[in-house]
Write a protein that binds this ligand. Structure first.
Ligand code: PHE
Length: 342
């Protein structure tokens, strides 16, 4: 064997050092793209490592098997290392991608903050509780009413000046002027008397509408609670007693009430009722009176046998007073920072 013809040992040594270089290059590849791009040059057909295989033929035949095995072993090792490095890089690239695209869902684990009843609803429910404890039941009526229930049956004939007390919003439905948004809860008196027989002890809370410009103490939508009592021998004294019982039950022991003469077409006599605070100041709360005999009659209640009283007042005003709210508009803006105080 001449000096310039490589022997089996040289070829094997060369294969080992080439394989070591390829293995180092595989480990150094930083990503799958770099790795696959380098593949052909490192150990593909035209690579130096594959080139060694062609030189096997120049070895003496006796040396060839051992050198061939060494060369195949080196190629197989490199191939195997390539596959495992590729799997390794793929896995780490996938982890990186998942991490980068991760959504933070931890917020969803927190339950949303609990809601609460609106301060007007709370006030309405408290009023219902107070009246239920006094033996009344709760009734409801529609917010879109007929002119007859809101006015006619309550003794306001068409063109009656008392209608001017109410800035009525009419609804474009049926004959002109026949349908409206109720201006008070008094039409529920009519519906209750028509639907049930006395004795009646009923309160009816709900929304009312008037054509008012919104300001600190007025809203075109507001809430009233109506009271209606019909029984035998009901007198003005019973009305005053009921108002007084309610006043102490709702406001507390230091509060008293009084009635002042007033006018409503559907009660006779009629009165305004005021509540006196412990500091002696008066608060105007609402209207009341003995149910007018012609209202009883029109609703199918015999005025010879039955008599009764009715009252009605604003719930929003009451809430303002109780919670120290000074602008009604705050109740409608739905700003939780305001509403969650109550
Ligand atoms: N409905 C009247 C109003 O809103 C109040 C009232 C109710 C008066 C019951 C008397 C009896 O002005």
């Amino acid at each position: 064997m001449s000096a310039d013809t490589p022997g089996a040992e040289d070829l094997q040594a060369e294969a080992r050092s080439l394989a070591a270089a390829v293995l180092a290059a595989l480990s150094a590849a930083a990503g799958t793209a770099e790795l696959t791009a380098a593949r052909a040059g490192l150990f593909g057909k035209g690579s130096p490592l594959a080139g060694l295989r062609r030189r096997l033929g120049s070895l003496p035949p006796a040396d060839r098997p051992a050198a061939g095995r060494a060369l195949s072993g080196a190629l197989a090792e490199v191939e195997e290392r390539y596959e495992s490095r590729l799997a390794e890089l793929r896995a780490s690239e996938r982890r990186g991608l998942l991490e980068a695209e991760r959504l933070d869902l931890t917020e969803l684990r927190e339950p949303p903050p609990p809601g609460r009843l609106h301060v007007i609803t709370q006030t309405q429910r408290r009023l219902e509780d107070v009246f239920c404890a006094m033996g009344y039941t709760v009734a409801e009526g529609p917010e879109i009413e007929t002119e007859w229930h809101n006015f006619g049956a309550l003794n306001f004939p068409p063109g009656h000046p008392a209608r001017d007390m109410y800035d009525t919003l009419y609804v474009d439905h049926g004959a002109p002027g026949s349908t409206l948004l109720r201006t008070h809860t008094s039409p529920v008196q009519v519906r209750v008397m028509q639907g049930q027989s006395p004795p009646l002890f009923v309160v009816a809370p709900g929304r009312c509408y008037r054509q008012d410009t919104a300001d600190a103490t007025h809203m075109p939508v507001f809430h009233q609670i109506e009271g209606l009592v019909i029984d035998e021998d009901i007198t003005l004294g019973d009305l005053a007693g009921a108002i007084e019982t309610f006043t102490t039950a709702y406001f507390g022991p230091g509060f008293t009430s009084r009635l002042r003469p007033s006018y409503f077409p559907f009660t006779e006599p009629s009165a305004e009722f005021d509540v006196q605070r412990p500091d002696g100041t008066w608060l105007e709360l609402g209207g009341c009176g003995m149910v007018h005999p012609s209202v009883l009659e029109v609703c199918g209640v015999d005025p010879e046998r039955w008599s009764g009283f009715a009252f009605g007042f604003g719930i929003d005003r009451l809430a303002m007073l109780r919670y120290g709210i000074d602008d009604l508009r705050d109740l409608w803006t739905n700003d939780v920072r305001f509403l969650e105080q109550f």
